[in-house]
Ligand binder design. Sequence first.
Ligand SMILES: C[S@@+](CC[C@H](N)C(=O)[O-])C[C@H]1O[C@@H](n2cnc3c(N)ncnc32)[C@H](O)[C@@H]1O
Length: 227
Amino acid sequence: MARRKKLNDRSGRHDPAYLRAKRENFAARAIYKLEEIDKKYRLFRRGNRVIDLGCWPGSWMQYAAEKVGDEGYIYGLDLREVALALPSWVETDVADVYAWNPIETFGEDFARFNVVMSDMAPQTTGDRHSDVYRSEELCRRAFEIGRTVLRPGGKIVVKVFQGGGFRELLRELQLTYQEAKPFHARNTRSGSTEQYLIGRGLKASALLKPQPPPPSELAPSEATTIE
Ligand SMILES: C[S@@+](CC[C@H](N)C(=O)[O-])C[C@H]1O[C@@H](n2cnc3c(N)ncnc32)[C@H](O)[C@@H]1O
């Protein structure tokens, strides 16, 4: 009987997609998964505003930057600093997605975005149950950010390790977007349970209002003093 690989199995890292990405000067083999998704779901248009959650080392931003062109804008964030040279319409930050607040980055009345993409993955431990749970939590947080920063009609693509919460996550996407689909990329490593959830056409009724950070997080000069 075929054995399932652990989520942190590093065998086969230097597979053909890895070598191709190196040859073509992309930061990671993950580029080919986004390309596959984009070919099927037409994620990007020129001039689009895009947020990339978990953007390090940067191959998704390389792909999206080309697609949106210099009239577009890409903002990527990750726990790790991106060292890659990227076009001037791409900005990156070091941040934890759970602590990140769009108002702190873009101001109160920022222009809403066209696409949110998340390839975030937890640091895997080999304990499948806890790895899946943490991946599902990251997926939920990406959904929440999508509803907070996307404009009505916006699109989202989010990676998740498939487990017990998968149907519920898909259901949540179906309730908030006109169209919601799971997608398994051909370029996924064998044995991986990774799936992408794709939402197109964010419903206006699902929009969340960005909330300012709590006063304790404001600089002392900005905080309201109670006499
Ligand atoms: C598979 S990599 C992303 C690869 C990227 N799409 C590319 O093409 O180069 C997953 C990333 O998710 C990031 N990540 C995991 N948890 C995060 C969190 N809480 N906040 C921000 N980024 C996180 C990791 O640091 C890691 O760099």
